[in-house]
Design a protein around this ligand. Structure first.
Ligand SMILES: Nc1ncnc2c1ncn2[C@@H]1O[C@H](COP(=O)(O)OP(=O)(O)OP(=O)(O)O)[C@@H](O)[C@H]1O
Ligand SMILES: [Mg+2]
Length: 414
């Protein structure tokens, strides 16, 4: 029978892919197959009756003896090869890397262990090659990563520079645009000024010329009263021209924003009364100014001259743009930290479509073209009110009337 054939068992035993050794409970080798020779260099017969420690490195011999002593008290099978790196010692003293599986069995009440040994030196070598390759790849990757990071940094920096350049370009373009707009505005103003000056200056200048001619004529006829009348006319017209030039100067100052406000304490009620007194000479026939003040004895701190210019301008407009026999109402109050003044007339009013342009320089409503004016006054006072930190508004209806109100801070409170 096959199972009784010892030769058959020997072939099976020797043909195994693993080295097989059987030891007794004292660690003595009882059997070794021919594969063991390939792993450890010993012929099987050289190993028989030798201690298994002949195949172990010195460093673990003692440990192995202890392991063996405990092993038979609590024997176990180790089928899956241990994952730890184990190694044995070749006959030539070289280390041999191995995997070991253990099988325990008893026969005639004696304990035996069968060990299956695989030589994994080749595998380990290959593993080392792969590990080296991996390490090399990792290093290359690290270098590549570093390079990428550096490139990234470079790109980011280049981006910042680019962004800065773009911003500078935008800012420069903006500046150029503003400069261009300013130039266009200046050109427009120049054109407007030339047409305005030629129009506004022509009337008083030709008046002056007429008066001078007449003076010359009356001088020859010796009529003193008439000479006086014409001299006065010349004075009025020169004054008018002077006022226009003064307005231009004020405009220039405002546009260059080189105006310094000078604050002092004064009573606005007294100031308004003084202005009313001064404007009486230009009132039309039966025009009347009604002034009501709410706190006539209170004083404020602000620029006296500028407030005076603002009120005078508004009052001149009210007189100029309303008819004979009409009433002009002025109202003033000091409220908390503000002086509030309103000037109301029942005159020609401002056409609705012109109202949005009323504070623009040189702007004149279409119903005011027949009346003398340069369109500067409101623009100047708006600039001053803004400069003082105040505000101005108006309500107007054509052929019904206009009311301008402004407020400026009283700097005494703060
Ligand atoms: N009280 C008012 N009633 C009607 N229209 C007015 C009144 N005040 C101003 N306006 C309109 O606003 C325009 C601008 O007024 P502004 O005082 O700036 O200039 P102006 O009176 O024409 O000239 P000036 O520079 O000599 O004062 C006037 O031309 C007029 O059309
Ligand atoms: Mg005016």
């Amino acid at each position: 029978m096959l199972t009784n054939n010892q030769e058959f068992y020997k072939i099976c035993f020797d043909n195994s892919r693993e080295g097989i050794i059987v030891i007794d409970e004292f660690g003595k080798i009882l059997l070794a197959n021919s594969r063991v020779e390939k792993i450890f260099g010993y012929k099987p017969e050289e190993l028989i009756n030798e201690s298994v420690s002949i195949l172990l490195p010195k460093s673990i011999k003692q440990k192995h003896e202890q392991f063996l002593a405990g092993y038979y008290d609590k024997p176990f099978n180790r089928n899956d090869f241990d994952k730890r790196d184990l190694y044995g010692i070749h006959k030539n003293g070289q280390k041999v890397e191995v995997l070991i599986g253990l099988n325990y069995f008893q026969l005639d009440e004696k304990n035996y262990v069968k060990a299956f040994i695989s030589d994994i030196s080749d595998y380990k070598k290959k593993e080392q090659v792969i590990r080296n390759k991996n390490y090399q790849l990792e290093q290359e990757l690290k270098i590549k990563n570093k390079e990428l990071k550096a490139k990234n940094k470079q790109l980011r920096e280049a981006n910042i520079v680019l962004l800065e350049e773009i911003n500078n370009k935008i800012a420069a373009e903006k500046k150029a645009k503003i400069a261009l707009e300013k130039e266009i505005e200046l050109n427009n103003l120049k054109t407007k000024f030339i047409s305005l000056a030629s129009h506004e200056f022509r009337t008083p200048l030709s008046g002056i010329l007429t008066s001078v001619t007449l003076i010359d004529k009356h001088q020859k006829n010796n009529t003193i009263e008439k000479i006086e009348k014409h001299v006065n006319q010349i004075k009025t017209m020169v004054n008018h021209l002077n006022n226009i030039l003064y307005d231009f100067l004020a405009l220039e100052q405002l546009s260059n924003s080189n105006i310094t406000y000078r604050y002092k304490t004064f009573n606005p009620f007294e100031l308004i009364n003084k202005i009313i007194e001064e404007t009486k000479s230009i009132l039309k026939k039966n025009q009347q100014i009604n002034y009501s003040s709410h706190n006539s004895n209170k004083e404020i701190i602000n620029d006296y001259t500028i407030i005076s210019i603002i009120i005078t301008n508004l009052l001149y407009n009210a007189i100029k743009y309303s008819h004979e026999d009409s009433i002009i109402e002025i109202d003033s109050k000091i409220k908390e930290d503000k002086l509030i003044v309103s000037i109301k007339d029942y005159g020609i009013g401002i056409p609705k479509e012109d109202q949005k342009h009323i504070f623009e320089r040189f702007f004149r409503a279409k119903n005011a073209m027949e009346i003398q004016g340069t369109g500067i006054g409101l623009n100047i006072i708006k600039g001053h009110i803004d400069g003082l930190g105040g505000s101005i508004s108006f309500k107007s209806k054509e052929n019904v009337g206009t009311e301008f109100s402004f407020e400026v801070p009283n700097f005494s409170i703060k």
